[in-house]
Write a protein that binds this ligand. Structure first.
Ligand code: PLP
Length: 420
């Protein structure tokens, strides 16, 4: 099936006389006929037993997203940050390291550089455009993964996923891709060699600014028995000797993430949140099409304005990532544009405060047009050096083009630029 159909039908198939719409199973727990059955579930969870780590409504959404990405399984989390965190913790323990491109979401930089460091896990940042030799030279004996973002937030750099996948695989480790901005509608990283995909579903997937969430998706393609991942090939004593690679095959990674990490950390979404996420997913393909269409028009408007120094949007032929975007994002480059306004930070703030329709908020990839000044908001915690590495100029504004009529969006921008 194609994406439009999957978004409506994957994950939930009602039986005869069952509700047409996926029901909200708002229950913390599930009952069983025998003590023995419950006992068995503690050795091998084959049914829902407690909503800290699995729930029927959330499971429907997990199946839908796995299907959209072309993976073998998925696990929802209560935020995108939780998805990033668990995607790494499922591979790295204290004493391990992993490699990440530096052009990633500011919150992820902080998680990787500050918080994981306190856990004894080292993140080695690399320039995504560095040569293969240079990236290769960063690998250590204890390096367990490579991480990058399809469309970096907010620099809007398009990642060469195939290049990173090749380097990761040469070193026997998986490639994790944060596919939040692209969504599986615009890019399916597994087709280019990624092994694990994560999302902040808070953005386009939910799409309506209703609830924070995340998801981890497993391609099922990585060989966990290559000698580098003993946690996958040796018995897990907390489940009476389960061996993930042996017992769960292609789903080893995602089952392990649930059985170990979600069980212990419990950052699982509520059924009601999953229900709302599903509503967003149902219209994702048609929304993405319109976001791309509107954003391209807005980007072209910015391009011809003499108040704007630079426009970053990879669907523009002049953009440095245009050729790569044609390969990885052939249907469009999402609704997010980065602009650098002439007159630096001061004019950036004046422009943003002069907008009437577009709102100034800590959000992106939403149904309503919104703007954000990363240097004073999401990326505030970064040093100047980290800001430059993340591709964030102090005058840079992130414009998240929504689904209003594009003429109204442009008229609003025009009236604010005129006042500068
Ligand atoms: C927002 C975002 C995150 C973090 O997700 P939350 O849902 O806010 O926790 C991670 N990656 C990217 C690319 C994001 O835009």
């Amino acid at each position: 099936m194609k994406d439009e159909t999957k978004c409506l039908h994957s994950g939930y198939t009602p039986e005869n006389g069952a509700p047409r719409v996926m029901p909200i199973v708002q229950s913390t727990t599930y009952t069983f006929d025998s003590t023995e059955h419950i006992g068995e579930l503690f050795d091998m969870p084959t049914a829902h037993m407690y909503s800290r780590f699995s729930n029927p409504t959330v499971e429907c959404v997990e199946k839908k997203i796995a299907d959209l990405e072309g993976g073998v399984g998925a696990m929802c989390t209560s935020s995108g940050q939780a998805a990033s965190l668990l995607s790494i913790l499922n591979l790295c323990s204290a004493g391990d390291s992993f490699i990440s491109t530096s052009t990633i979401y500011g919150g992820t930089v902080n998680l990787f550089a500050v918080t994981l460091k306190r856990f004894g896990i080292e993140c080695i940042f690399v320039d995504a455009e560095a040569s293969e030799e240079e990236i290769q030279s960063k690998f250590k004996e204890n390096t367990k993964a490579v991480f990058g973002e399809t469309l970096a937030n907010p620099a809007l750099a398009v990642l060469d996923i195939e290049k990173l996948a090749a380097i990761a695989h040469k070193n026997g480790v998986p490639l994790i891709i944060d596919n939040t901005f692209a969504t599986p509608v615009l890019c399916k990283p597994f087709q280019f060699g990624a092994d694990i995909v994560i999302h902040s579903t808070t953005k386009y997937m939910d799409g309506h600014a209703l609830q924070v969430g995340g998801v981890i998706v497993d391609s099922g393609n990585f060989d966990w028995e290559n000698g580098k991942f003993p946690e996958f090939t040796e018995p897990d004593e907390s489940y009476h000797g389960v061996i993930y690679a042996r017992d769960f095959g292609k789903q080893a990674y995602i089952v392990k993430a649930r059985m170990q990490l979600m069980r212990d950390f419990g950052c699982y979404p509520a059924a009601h949140s999953a229900f709302l996420l599903n509503l967003g997913l149902e219209t994702l393909p048609i929304r993405m099409e319109r976001y791309c269409e509107n954003a391209l028009k807005v980007a072209k408007y910015f391009q011809q304005s003499d108040k704007i120094e630079e426009v970053k949007y990879s669907a523009l032929p002049e953009d440095e990532y245009y050729q790569r975007a044609k390969k990885y994002l052939p249907k469009g480059s999402c609704g997010v544009i980065s602009i650098v306004i002439k007159g630096g930070k001061e004019n950036a703030v004046r422009f943003m405060d002069g907008l009437k329709l577009a709102s100034n908020e800590v959000h992106v990839a939403d149904i309503r047009t919104c703007v954000l000044h990363p240097a004073s908001a999401t990326h505030r915690q970064l040093t100047d050096e980290q800001l430059i590495a993340a591709g964030v100029n102090p005058g840079l504004i992130r414009v998240s083009v929504g689904l209003e009529n594009v003429e109204d969006i442009i008229a609003d921008i025009e009236q604010s630029l005129e006042k500068l």
